[in-house]
Design a protein around this ligand. Structure first.
Ligand SMILES: C[S@@+](CC[C@H](N)C(=O)[O-])C[C@H]1O[C@@H](n2cnc3c(N)ncnc32)[C@H](O)[C@@H]1O
Length: 233
């Protein structure tokens, strides 16, 4: 992204920074994040988010980042692990409609009733690690030049790490594997969760040289996916 700030803007920013250190900035963002996350217990925020009437378990900052990414990447195929009620699949399919290309395959172990139907969405029922699901995905991904993967199902560290190891093969160079909900286990929310996506990413990145963490996708300060936007080099 190019530098668009004028000398006057920079002066104003520096002045403001005297009063707000990086640390303070982080702490404000984290406090808001915790407040926003926990409010779902009272029927607010992400516990009551809908896209065109279907429940979607996403923060609006992340859905906006998704929109920007789809415009840039123009994926032929999106693989989503974790459908839930289909809210995110419908949102992504609607964005693909704008570009008049692409499809989504979304997998869930539970076949929720009344999922939204859309010509760009294929629903698969089963575990994301089941061989029969993976062989369908192998066929779907064959020959596709732009494939994006979203991991948003079982958030335990072991499961996510296994998924990352397997699903990385579908991601095309320059595209992304998005690991959702790495904010749990105290990053900064739900400290009681235990090792989750954040820890899986740490382990994956210790040996993997093909992916890099794109912190630019976290520029709205609050994301449910800290360190979770992984770009394939
Ligand atoms: C966080 S929700 C998905 C939210 C959805 N992506 C959205 O944005 O609205 C997680 C889903 O993963 C599913 N799930 C859990 N373990 C799974 C597994 N091993 N394979 C497939 N789906 C699984 C659950 O049934 C649940 O619907």
């Amino acid at each position: 992204m190019g530098l668009k700030a004028t000398y006057k803007d920079i002066k104003r920013l520096l002045y403001r920074r005297i009063y707000m250190s990086k640390q303070k900035e982080r702490s404000i963002a984290d406090q808001f994040h915790i407040m926003y996350y926990d409010a779902f217990l009272f029927g607010k925020t992400w516990g009551e988010s809908h896209f065109m009437g279907t429940h979607i378990k996403k923060f609006p900052f992340d859905t906006w980042i998704y929109q920007e990414m789809l415009h840039e990447l123009k994926p032929d195929l999106i693989i989503e692990c974790g459908t839930y009620k289909g809210g995110n699949a419908l949102y992504l399919a609607s964005l693909l409609d704008f570009m008049q290309k692409g499809e989504i395959v979304t997998i869930d172990i539970v076949d929720y009733p009344d999922k939204p139907q859309h010509p760009r969405i294929t629903y698969l029922t089963g575990s994301t690690l089941a061989p029969e699901i993976l062989s369908i995905l192998d066929e779907k991904a064959k020959g596709k030049s732009s494939v994006l993967v979203i991991l948003d199902d079982d958030h335990s560290c072991d499961h996510v790490l296994q998924e990352m190891e397997i699903y990385q093969r579908y991601v095309t160079p320059g595209n992304y594997m998005i690991v959702e909900d790495s904010n749990v286990n105290g990053h900064p929310v739900f400290p009681e969760h235990g090792p989750g996506p954040y820890e899986a990413i740490e382990k994956f990145m210790r040996t993997n040289t093909q992916f890099e963490i794109d912190k630019g996708r976290e520029r709205y300060y609050m994301t449910a996916n800290p360190n979770g936007y992984l770009r394939k080099k």
